[in-house]
Design a protein. Sequence first.
Lengths: 112, 114
Amino acid sequence: ILNVEQSPQSLHVQEGDSTNFTCSFPSSNFYALHWYRWETAKSPEALFVMTLNGDEKKKGRISATLNTKEGYSYLYIKGSQPEDSATYLCASNSGGYQKVTFGTGTKLQVIP
Amino acid sequence: DGGITQSPKYLFRKEGQNVTLSCEQNLNHDAMYWYRQDPGQGLRLIYYSQIVNDFQKGDIAEGYSVSREKKESFPLTVTSAQKNPTAFYLCASRPDRFIWDEQFFGPGTRLTVL
């Protein structure tokens, strides 16, 4: 079983603060790295997918970077809002084209 | 509306009974997946299927079985051989055209074995 690790496990930030999380994954046999957002009582939804070393993706106040050589990805949230509260999951296809391994997630709570 | 449905949302069973969790998608996706989530753990892959009548074991397949007789459906049976079946189960599908295709998830089924 591949090891995809996320840190921190949970995070509380004040509204307006910027924050970031880390996802580390095996760098060998890498295909793609996905970030998902999972809000309470909803299904996980895709945020980003990155495939190339140095990829950077942005969606509004949220952005992500990818380093496939060292096996890590960062997710950044600028000016956190209460609606950003969710669990953020990363997932890697390092184990194979079809097989996706998820990390344990980072649970973010933004305090108004 | 296109999407993935799982039923029921909550399921209670007595220990020793087999139970089947439903997963249906109308997204015309080729690949389908079953995950299990336990408190403090990530999503762990149970089984996945890339095409009708074919499926592969994931990381924690013991005590589970699946079938893929139709493209739209990927039911999961939790057998009495599964030692700790109480968990939250998520089904997902994926177009499987490109490496970067995302997964689309259903709402999940929470199974409690009494």
